[in-house]
Write a new protein. Structure first.
Length: 257
């Protein structure tokens, strides 16, 4: 399976739309527009139906729009800001337009007549480009801040969404994926543990089990378990240490020789 830019973008998108802050924001916007009842929706729908309608409208348009943005933004990184916003805004608005027309057709049986399409589409495109510009500006600022705070010499972190990049804590195998844990969060990446370990760069740590790697600076406690050991990490729980890797802990000063 190719782990290219599209797959990285899809992972970033899934992480972004399912994080708590995003879900809370979408819920808040849905409730707000339900109570505000714009476009005469208060007269056409009951409160319950209005909440369902606006929740679908907000979540589906946001989901479609953000999917386009995350899928394409890495391919447009070399373009000037204004051109990038224009292309993303146009393509995003096409997806949003389809969603809006389908929801309105299903809810009210209404599709804009031919004479209204130019104004309807132009309004939607203009709003989408403004929203895209705002998100791209915030993304640019966030990336700049992350570049200052992300540890250098750790290529593995570049595989994670920007908001999850921080000092490495642990790597763990899950089927064909590696779960990367940092002080700012975690993510699943399709790769082998041996390849992930080669990308930890200057991070002080070692593979301590066939399925786990641990950063020694984030070990808060070590306890023996017969001829094995258990590491308690500052973030994310415990990591088992196999008998073959006990010597590694001793050499790192985490266990007495």
């Amino acid at each position: 399976m190719n782990d290219g830019k599209t797959q990285v973008a899809l992972r970033e998108w899934r992480a972004y739309v399912t994080r708590r802050e995003t879900l809370l924001a979408l819920g808040g916007v849905s409730v707000f527009v339900t109570l505000a009842a714009p476009f005469n929706s208060g007269a056409l729908l009951s409160v319950g139906a209005r909440l369902i309608y606006w929740s679908l409208m907000v979540c589906l348009t946001f989901g479609a729009g953000s999917l386009v943005t995350f899928t394409l933004k890495h391919r447009l990184d070399g373009l000037p800001f204004a051109m990038r916003v224009f292309f993303l805004g146009i393509l995003t608005s096409l997806c949003v337009l389809v969603v809006v027309v389908i929801i309105n057709a299903m809810t009210f049986g209404w599709v804009p007549p031919a004479r209204d399409w130019p104004l309807f589409a132009a309004t939607l495109v203009g709003m989408t480009i403004l929203i895209t510009a705002a998100f791209q500006y915030m993304d640019t600022k966030s990336a700049a801040h992350s570049a200052k705070s992300t540890p250098t010499g750790t290529p593995l972190l570049e595989r994670l969404p920007i908001d999850k990049r921080g000092p490495l804590v642990a790597l763990s195998v899950e089927d064909h994926y590696v779960r990367i844990r940092t002080t700012k969060g975690e993510g699943l990446i399709l790769m082998r543990l041996s390849d992930a370990v080669r990308e930890v760069g200057e991070t002080r740590g070692a593979q301590v089990h066939r399925s786990h790697w641990a950063a020694f600076d984030h070990v808060t406690a070590v306890r023996r378990d017969a001829d094995r050991a258990i590491l308690t990490m500052r973030t994310g729980g415990e990591i088992p240490v196999s008998r073959a890797h006990i010597k590694t802990l001793k050499e790192a000063g985490l266990l007495p020789r």
